[in-house]
Design a protein around this ligand. Sequence first.
Ligand code: TYC
Length: 141
Amino acid sequence: MPLNAEEKHGLKAERDQAKNDDKLALEPLKMAGPDRDNNDDRDGDTGLLTKTKPKTKKPSMYKVLLLNDDYTPMEFVVHVLQSIFNKGQEDAVTIMLHVHQKGVGVCGVYPYEIAETKVTQVMDLARMEQHPLQCTLEKDS
Ligand code: TYC
C-alpha cells in the first residue's frame, strides 16, 4: 500500500509519540521508601519516584515552494503571495521575480497542516483561473 502524505512526512509517528508522552505524564507517581505497612506492596507504596517532565516538542516545519512556468501571469502570482501567504506588495513582487528567475522559491515555512492547506489553496485558485501554476511542500527541519 502506498504511503499517504502524512506517513511520508513522518507526521503520524510524530503524533503517536506525542500521545504516548501524554500517557506517561498521566501515570501516577509511586511513593519512595520502605514498604512500611508490610503488605508486600499490594498497594504500590514502594519504588522509585519517577519524575515526568512535560515534553512539548516543537512541530516539524515545512517550506511551501512555488514553481516557475511560462504561462501563469506575474500579476496572478503576486496576488497569490499577497492573499494566501500574507505578503506585502514589495515582498510578493520580490518572491515572484525570484521564482521567475531561479525556477523555484519559498513562499513561507509552516507546521505541516498549515503548509498543506496553503498548497491546496494555491492549486485550487490556479485551477479555477486555468493557470498551470504549481505549488508543493518540502520538509524544513
Ligand atoms: N514565468 C511567468 C511569466 O513569465 C511568471 C511566473 C512567476 C510564473 C512565478 C510562475 O511561480 C511563478 N509570466
